[in-house]
Design a protein. Structure first.
Length: 115
């Protein structure tokens, strides 16, 4: 499953909104704050990323907060167990999948979204 790396700065309001969105959707991400981390600044410069928030998902980059592009690049969704609400990553484009919740052991099926 693809990793999300998000480049931010401490004072960027759009970065805060993007983090809130990713957290609300259950997407795990790695935050690299360019205002306090010189390595993150150098990585952004090497990738020619000129704004924040910037995202690296797999081999693709997004500059700016675009929900549709982020979700389109991910190869999974995060779905909640209907019994306990525990979230789990579910791969896209696999048809109907059977899932067993790690927390409550409830088994349920989902029709996966297309990629």
């Amino acid at each position: 499953m693809k990793e999300i790396i998000m480049y931010t700065t401490s004072t960027c309001p759009h970065c805060k909104t993007a983090k809130e969105y990713l957290n609300s959707k259950g997407f795990h991400y790695i935050e690299k704050n360019a205002s306090v981390d010189p390595v993150a600044r150098n990585e952004m410069a090497a990738k020619k990323l000129m704004g924040v928030p910037s995202f690296v998902i797999g081999d693709e980059t997004i500059v700016g907060f675009d929900r549709q592009k982020i979700e389109a690049l991910l190869d999974y969704t995060v779905e909640a167990c209907p019994k306990c609400g525990q979230r789990a990553r579910v791969p896209k484009g696999k048809g109907t999948v059977r899932i067993t919740c790690k927390q409550c052991q409830n088994t349920f099926t989902l029709k996966t979204k297309t990629m």
